[in-house]
Design a protein around this ligand. Structure first.
Ligand code: MF3
Ligand code: CO
Ligand code: CO
Length: 264
C-alpha cells in the first residue's frame, strides 16, 4: 500500500492532535501513585479528552477495546485493560498509552511512570526503553529507509542485554489510526523497501523486555504479557519526516522525557 504524504494543512492538524495526546499523559501523571486503580486513571484521561479537549478517545470501541487508555503494568507488554481491581503499588512500573482524535486526525503516544520507589532493574529497563525510542526517532530523516529505525533500536537494546518484542510494531498514522507502513523495532531487510519522505507520519513505540522477547496473549483477548513473566516497558511518540530530519508531534515542550538531542 502507498504511504500517504501529509500536506501542510494535514500536518497542522496532526500537530494539534499530537499535542492533545501528550497533554493527557501530563494531566494524568500526578495521579499515578500507589493506591490508585488503573480504571481511575482511565476515567481521568477520558474526562480530560472529552470535556476539556472536546476530542475523541480513539481507543474506546476500537476493535472492541473497552477503555480510553491502555494501562500496562510490570510484566504486561501492551494493551492492558484498565480495571477497578488493578490497584498500583509501590515499586510498579506502568505504561499509559493514549490516542486522541481531533478534527479527524490522530495523535498517539505513551510513556512509562514509576510508582513510588522502583527497583534498579526496573528503572534501568524504563530508561533503556526510552533511549531506544529516541535512537529510533533520531534515525529518521528523508532519503533513509525505515530499516534504520528498527536497527538502531535493536542494536542498543540488545547491547543493554534486554530484548525487543517483535509481534507488535509502530504504524503509519493520520486520518487512519493504524495505517501503513508497519514500523518494526528490530532490524529487518524488508524495511529497506520503505524510503522515508517528507510528510510521512508514523509512530515509534518499542516494547522492551527485561527477559526473553516472547509474548503471550491473555484469555481476555487484549492483555499481552511476557511469556517468562519478566518486566516490560514501552514508550511511544508520533513523528513527522521533515525536509531536514524529524519532528516529534507528541512531544511536550519543557517536559523532561527526552535526553539531549542534536539537531533534532
Ligand atoms: N495506542 C496503541 C498503539 O500504540 C493501540 C491501542 S489499541 C487499543 O498503537 F485498542 F488497545 F486501545
Ligand atoms: Co499508542
Ligand atoms: Co501506536
Amino acid at each position: 500500500m502507498p504511504i500517504t504524504i501529509k500536506t501542510i494543512d494535514d500536518i497542522a492538524r496532526m500537530r494539534v492532535a499530537g499535542r492533545l495526546a501528550a497533554e493527557v499523559l501530563q494531566v494524568v501523571a500526578p495521579h499515578v501513585k500507589p493506591g490508585v486503580s488503573t480504571a481511575q486513571l482511565d476515567r481521568i484521561c477520558h474526562e480530560h479528552i472529552v470535556r476539556v479537549q472536546q476530542a475523541i478517545p480513539a481507543n474506546v470501541g476500537y476493535r472492541g477495546f473497552p477503555a480510553t487508555v491502555c494501562t500496562s503494568v510490570n510484566n504486561v507488554i501492551c494493551h492492558g485493560i484498565p480495571s477497578d481491581a488493578k490497584v498500583l503499588k509501590d515499586g510498579d512500573i506502568v505504561n499509559i498509552d493514549v490516542t486522541v482524535i481531533k478534527d479527524g486526525w490522530h495523535g498517539d503516544t505513551s510513556r512509562m511512570y514509576l510508582v513510588g520507589s522502583v527497583p534498579t532493574l526496573a528503572r534501568r529497563l524504563v530508561d533503556v526503553t526510552r533511549e531506544a525510542m529516541w535512537r529510533g526517532i533520531r534515525a529518521v530523516r528523508p532519503g533513509t529507509t525505515l530499516r534504520a529505525v528498527g536497527k538502531a533500536i535493536q542494536q542498543y537494546v540488545e547491547a543493554e542485554r534486554f530484548s525487543v518484542v517483535r509481534e507488535y510494531c509502530g504504524h503509519g498514522i493520520g486520518k487512519v489510526y493504524h495505517d501503513d507502513p508497519q514500523v518494526l523495532h528490530y532490524d529487518s531487510p524488508d524495511q529497506d523497501r520503505i524510503t522515508l519522505r517528507p510528510g510521512m507520519t508514523f509512530t515509534i513505540e518499542p516494547m522492551v523486555n527485561a527477559g526473553a522477547r516472547h509474548t503471550r496473549l491473555l484469555p481476555d483477548g487484549w492483555t499481552v504479557v511476557t511469556k517468562d513473566r519478566s518486566l516490560s516497558a514501552q514508550w511511544e511518540h508520533t513523528v513527522l519526516v521533515t525536509d531536514t530530519g524529524v519532528d516529534v508531534l507528541t512531544r511536550v515542550p519543557g517536559d523532561d522525557n527526552e535526553p539531549a538531542r542534536n539537531g533534532l
